[in-house]
Design a protein around this ligand. Structure first.
Ligand SMILES: NC(=O)c1ccc[n+]([C@@H]2O[C@H](COP(=O)([O-])OP(=O)(O)OC[C@H]3O[C@@H](n4cnc5c(N)ncnc54)[C@H](O)[C@@H]3O)[C@@H](O)[C@H]2O)c1
Length: 396
């Protein structure tokens, strides 16, 4: 294909929506992708009004069905190259399926969908149709997550014994949903959020960070899903003890009732030779703890191969990924941009009929999404049995 910017269509994002905005900024980050269309709201009239009021010109549609159907008759340079799904969880499956079947690549918000049946369908369809499918696990897009993955997976810390992967928030410490707050209302409703509230919303990020950095999977788990705010139907506190595929152990935990906590996602990986510590609220560095040595703090873009801990032959693509010099902080938007940038590369290859490698190394893929949903379903099952050890289903 020519090097024209990729055309992106939004599903969701109108009327005070949240996550569409970091995404649409990240889409425009490099000048090689742009938002051209949107089905921004469930009510068609409002969807069109919201599109007309979008900060830059886009083609509005009354529904994602219309947007996907209209795509078939557009000239090649105006066709959508991918859609971005930024709707609540119960509106992920349908647009994702329809887009794939219409030959449009999909970048979808997490969690992938509502249940394992939907997740199975999405994996099978993406594989059968060989369509690029990305899942927006934002925090994988930090360069320091890439470096963490390299350090742990290349064995520099020895064998992984223990992981603490967590995401703590405080914004649902009171019954915010009763005020009608847009983001709270659907997140506490099992029909719109899925089988777990806090776990599905942010526990899946903690699980993904663990899997991305260590390359390990959860084989069995013992779960406590708890609800501190009275009258809430889903968990707002989520604590999962896990047995990992290498025999190590992990805690995957999340909470939305920790007053004062904002978006404290972090990971501690304790290996037989040392420990890695990383927090997304300070995403520009990670810390390595080694026995009998001062702590090593590695800043994005300021890493020296062959420094006595890191090897001389660091992967070239990892070393090339930082955008601006360290000390000019990258953050949330940059992480999203890195994901879209890597997804774009796969979409371009796919459009040119070349093999593409949506293997989860650069952004989470549909299989990662399946794993998140399988984890949530297994946690719900275990928690109902008072935390009984429960095996994860075998991957599709
Ligand atoms: N990756 C992250 O860091 C991150 C952060 C926040 C939210 N999320 C995920 O993003 C998704 C959206 O979350 P949010 O907080 O932005 O929600 P939101 O409620 O702020 O926005 C959802 C938008 O979808 C629209 N919508 C609902 N049904 C629709 C339909 N049928 N057609 C078109 N539009 C429709 C709503 O009108 C709204 O504009 C969720 O799946 C959530 O889990 C991810």
């Amino acid at each position: 294909m020519s090097n024209r910017p990729l055309n992106v269509g939004l599903v969701g994002g109108g009327k005070g929506a949240f996550i569409v905005h970091p995404h649409q900024k990240a889409i425009h980050f490099d000048g090689t992708r742009r938002v051209v269309a949107g089905a921004l709201f469930p009510d068609p009239k409002i969807a069109l009004e919201e599109a007309a009021n979008w900060p830059y010109p886009i083609k509005g549609y009354g529904s994602y069905d219309e947007m996907i159907a209209a795509n078939a008759s557009l000239p090649p340079d105006q066709k959508l190259d991918y859609i971005l799904i930024v709707t609540p969880n119960f509106v992920h499956y349908d647009p994702a399926m329809k887009a794939m079947k219409a030959g449009i690549a999909v970048f979808c918000e997490k969690p992938l969908c509502l249940n394992l049946k939907e997740a199975n369908d999405l994996v099978q369809t993406a594989r059968k149709l060989k369509v690029p499918f990305g899942l927006a696990h934002t925090y994988l897009g930090h360069w320091t997550s890439r470096l963490s993955r390299y350090i742990v997976r290349s064995g520099l810390l020895g064998d992984v014994r223990w992981v603490d992967s967590y995401y703590l928030q405080g914004w649902l410490a009171t019954k915010l949903e009763a005020t009608g707050q847009t983001q709270a209302v659907w997140r506490v409703d099992p029909k719109r959020a899925g089988g777990s509230g806090c776990g599905g919303d942010i526990g899946t990020h903690a699980l993904m960070q663990l899997r991305y950095v260590t390359g390990l999977n959860v084989e069995q788990l013992s779960a406590q899903l708890e609800t501190f705010v009275q009258g809430r139907m889903l968990d707002d506190h989520f604590t999962i003890y896990c047995k990992l595929s290498n025999g190590g152990k992990a805690l995957v935990r999340a909470s939305q009732i920790c007053i004062g906590y904002k978006n404290d996602l972090g990971i501690v990986v304790a290996g037989t030779k040392g420990t890695l510590v990383w927090r997304q609220e300070e995403p520009e560095s990670l810390t390595i703890l080694l026995p009998g040595q001062p702590d090593r703090v590695y800043w994005r873009g300021a890493v020296t191969p062959g420094d006595g801990f890191l090897p001389k032959d660091m992967p070239a693509d990892l070393m090339a990924e930082p955008t601006i010099p360290s000390g000019h902080p990258e953050a949330f938007h940059d992480a999203f941009a890195r994901l879209h940038r890597c997804f774009e590369a796969d979409v371009r290859k796919w459009k040119e009929g070349k093999p593409f490698n949506s293997d989860g190394a650069k952004y989470a893929n549909v299989e990662d999404g399946w794993m998140g949903i399988a984890f949530i379903e297994t946690c719900v099952k275990s928690s109902k049995k008072k935390g009984a050890w429960t095996p994860m289903p075998k991957a599709v």
